[in-house]
Ligand binder design. Structure first.
Ligand SMILES: C=C1C[C@]23C[C@@]1(O)CC[C@H]2[C@@]12CCC[C@@](C)(C(=O)O1)[C@H]2[C@@H]3C(=O)O
Ligand code: AKG
Ligand code: FE2
Length: 374
């Protein structure tokens, strides 16, 4: 009898060969909270907020503020990234995930590596495995990274790199636009936004990381999980989900999972933990997860924006109410990842661990927003 393919490479779980969900991939507690549809009529309690950038400026700012304060996430439409480019991006991602296991394993993420192929970094905190594969890379340096997957270069390598570079160019511009909208949504005037940028260079220094997810179809989707519930750690993330839905946002009161509808051409924008800190908790990071499907593969792309590694992130002066001190202490992204690691192992909240001691002494308020040291 031939050896099943998933046993040939012990590091690689062959989802295609799986006829059932093994214990290693079966998650308890997946159905502790109900799942509700987030695609209802706009304004209904569970409808995921939509921000259409084609609407008048003041309406857009108000919608961003409401969504970031109440949900920590929204669907972004009218963003100007061509649908035709998004279709090519999805096509190239599917082509990458269809590479033979041996090719993908050549690019495997090493312990502590930011980039590479395999389960996302968060998976190391759990004993169960997720029903997905992922690939993380830096779009600013992708040609080198991608040679691990395509050592001989070739047409697929070239088209993947060309399309991702084109996408990155569009997204980086959109990220700057959204950052400005977020700052306006905090109540800053255009002049204050310009002054913040002059002083702190948040937009100028923001870095982008891309993480691609492949969720193979699953024989028993109720037992398996595509991506464990988490908050993104950076400033904000654009998620492109294919036409197969699977992203769910957690909402309190009553506790429930809201299934984000697959809206063609839309991005889901998630507020991350460092933005939660930057906005002094006014915009809150959103807890979310991805589920899998019995009949269909699903692909998603996360375009993560965050500060450069040496930049300290602390609440913006403008986000702290008069007479109060900032709610969080200054942290770099790597420091915050260290705190989050500790939080995972102890069951604590990483954001609470970087909360500053409460004080009403306005004179003691030392605001140290994004500080760039050389
Ligand atoms: C920029 C990043 C955010 C991320 C860690 C990473 O360095 C690259 C992968 C990202 C991702 C994607 C899946 C979920 C997540 C929690 C993870 O483990 O890897 C996020 C990370 C994050 O937001 O912290
Ligand atoms: O697959 C999705 O829709 C969500 C992906 C995600 O949350 C992530 O990559 O951080
Ligand atoms: Fe995420």
């Amino acid at each position: 009898m031939p050896t099943p393919s998933h046993l040939k490479n012990p590091l690689y779980f062959d989802f295609r060969a799986a006829r059932r969900v093994p214990e290693s991939h079966a998650w308890p507690g997946l159905h502790d909270h109900p799942v509700v549809d987030g695609g209802g009529a706009p304004g209904t309690p569970d409808a995921v907020p939509v921000v259409d950038l084609r609407d008048p400026g003041a309406a857009v700012v108000a919608r961003v503020a409401r969504a970031a304060e109440q949900w920590g996430a929204f669907l972004l439409t009218g963003h100007g990234v061509p649908a035709e480019l998004l279709a090519r991006v999805e096509d190239r991602i599917a082509c990458m995930f269809a590479l033979p296991a041996a090719d993908k394993m050549r690019a495997v993420r090493g312990p502590g590596d930011a980039c590479g192929y395999g389960s996302p970094p968060i998976s190391s905190f759990f004993s169960k495995c997720m029903w997905s594969e992922g690939y993380t890379f830096s779009p600013a340096a992708l040609r080198g990274d991608l040679r691990k997957l395509w050592p001989k270069a070739g047409d697929d390598y070239a088209s993947f790199c060309d399309v991702m570079e084109e996408f990155h160019k569009e997204m980086r511009v959109l990220a700057d636009k959204l950052l400005e909208l977020f700052l306006r949504a905090l109540g800053l005037t255009s002049e204050q936004v310009a002054a913040v940028e002059e002083e702190r260079r948040i937009g100028e220094t923001m870095t982008a990381t891309m993480h691609l997810n492949w969720y193979p179809r699953c024989p028993d989707p109720r037992r398996a999980l595509g991506l464990i519930a988490h908050t993104d750690s950076g400033f904000f993330t654009f998620v492109l989900q294919s036409l197969v839905p699977g992203l769910q946002l957690f909402r309190h009161g009553p506790d429930r999972w809201v299934a984000v509808p697959a809206v063609p051409g839309a991005f889901v924008v998630n507020v991350g933990d460092l933005f939660h800190i930057l906005t002094n908790g006014r915009f809150h990071s959103v807890y979310h997860r991805a589920v899998v499907n019995r009949d269909l593969d699903r692909i998603s792309l996360g375009y993560f924006l965050g500060p450069p590694p040496h930049a300290k992130v602390a609440p913006l002066r403008e986000a702290v109410p008069p007479g109060r001190t900032p709610a969080y202490r200054a942290v770099t992204w790597p420091e915050y990842m260290g705190v989050r690691k500790k939080a995972f192992t102890t069951g604590a909240s990483a954001l609470k661990m970087v909360a500053a001691a409460e004080s009403d002494d306005a004179d003691a308020a030392v605001h140290q927003p994004l500080v760039l040291s050389s």
